[in-house]
Design a protein around this ligand. Structure first.
Ligand code: SF4
Ligand code: SF4
Length: 288
C-alpha cells in the first residue's frame, strides 16, 4: 500500500447511480436499494480539501453525468482548481448526455470507459479474500500489495474519506461507519493510519487476490458465500434479480496487474478510447 500523498489521483464519488450493470463493478452497482447523490455542499468541501493535493481530483460514480448538479459541480471544480489537468472526469458517456461542451471546457483529464463490451475484464470484487485465502498471513501479504490501492485512488463519498475507493464502496453498500472527516489535510495520511478501514474492508474484498476475472458485459457479480449472505441481509436488488453467481474460479498462477489491466483484452486501446471520445464529440452542443 502507499500513503495517500503519493497518489496521482483522488476521487470524489458523486453518485452510485449508473445506467449500466457491469459484472464485478468496483462501486458494487446493482446491489443498492437506492442510489446516493452527493450534496453540493459536501462536494464543495471535498474539492476544497484537495486544493493543495498535488495530483488529479477526479469526479466519478457510478455515472457522474447522472448527478442533477453535475453542471454546478463542474463549474465549482473549474473555479477552485486552476490547472485543468487536475480536474478529472471518469464517465461512460451515456447516450443522450447533454454536457459535451462543458466536459471539453472543464476537464483536462478525461477517462472515458464503456464497460458494456466483452473485452473489459473485472476482478471479482465481492469474492472475499478471507474466504478464498485460508492462510491469514498470506492473505494480509496479498492485501498489503493490493494493486488497486497501489495504482489507483483514495476517495471521498458522502460518508467521508477513505484510503481506497473500493473500501469506500463497501462502506456505502454495507452500512459501514463512514470514513475520515474531510478537512484540509486528510490526504496527508500514511499507511500506518489505514488499519481501521483496512481491517474492515479488505478481508471482504477480492481485488488483491489473484482470481479469474470476468467480462464486464456478463452483468453477473461473482460472490463468495459469506458475502452473498451479507448481500441477502441488505436485500440486494442484484441478488433478487439473479445477478450474482457463487465464485467457482480458481486462484490464477500468472498475474501481472497494472493500472489499465482491465483493458488488456482490448485489441486497440487507442481506437477504443477514440470511439468513446467520438461519442462525446457527437454530443457537443447537444441538449437543447
Ligand atoms: S463499472 Fe459499469 S456499472 Fe460500474 S460504474 Fe462503471 S459503467 Fe457503471
Ligand atoms: S483489498 Fe479491496 S478494499 Fe483493500 S485496498 Fe485492495 S481494493 Fe481496496
Amino acid at each position: 500500500m502507499r500513503p495517500l500523498y503519493e497518489m496521482e489521483i483522488i476521487q470524489i464519488d458523486v453518485t452510485n447511480a449508473c445506467a449500466n450493470s457491469c459484472s464485478n463493478c468496483t462501486r458494487l452497482i446493482g446491489h443498492h436499494r437506492k442510489p446516493f447523490f452527493m450534496g453540493f455542499d459536501i462536494f464543495c468541501n471535498a474539492v476544497d480539501s484537495l486544493a493543495d493535493f498535488p495530483g488529479i481530483v477526479g469526479m466519478i460514480g457510478g455515472e457522474p453525468l447522472l448527478h442533477p448538479d453535475f453542471e454546478k459541480m463542474a463549474h465549482y471544480m473549474a473555479r477552485k482548481l486552476p490547472d485543468p489537468k487536475r480536474r478529472g472526469l471518469w464517465s461512460s458517456i451515456p447516450k443522450g448526455n447533454k454536457y459535451g461542451s462543458l466536459i471539453k471546457e472543464v476537464f483536462g483529464t478525461q477517462y472515458f470507459n464503456d464497460h458494456t463490451v466483452n473485452t473489459i475484464l473485472h476482478q471479482p470484487v465481492l469474492v472475499a479474500a478471507e474466504e478464498v485465502v485460508k492462510d491469514k498471513e498470506e492473505m494480509w501479504e496479498l492485501i498489503d500489495h493490493c494493486w488497486v490501492q497501489n495504482m489507483w485512488s483514495a476517495s471521498i463519498t458522502p460518508k467521508g474519506a477513505f484510503f481506497c475507493e473500493v473500501a469506500a464502496s463497501f462502506d456505502m453498500l454495507f452500512g459501514g461507519p463512514g470514513g475520515w472527516e474531510v478537512g484540509p489535510d486528510w490526504w496527508k495520511r500514511g499507511v500506518d493510519e489505514f488499519d481501521e478501514q483496512k481491517n474492515r474492508a479488505c478481508p471482504k474484498c477480492g481485488c488483491a487476490i489473484p482470481l479469474e476475472r470476468r467480462p464486464s458485459v456478463d452483468n453477473i457479480d461473482d460472490v463468495s458465500p459469506v458475502n452473498l449472505e451479507l448481500l441477502r441481509r441488505i436485500r440486494s436488488p442484484g441478488v433478487a434479480k439473479g445477478r450474482t453467481q457463487l465464485y467457482t474460479g480458481r486462484r490464477v498462477e500468472s498475474w501481472s496487474p497494472h493500472s489499465n489491466w482491465y483493458m488488456d483484452e482490448v485489441d486497440d486501446e487507442m481506437e477504443y478510447r477514440k470511439r468513446i471520445s467520438d461519442r462525446l464529440d457527437g454530443q457537443l452542443g447537444g441538449g437543447e
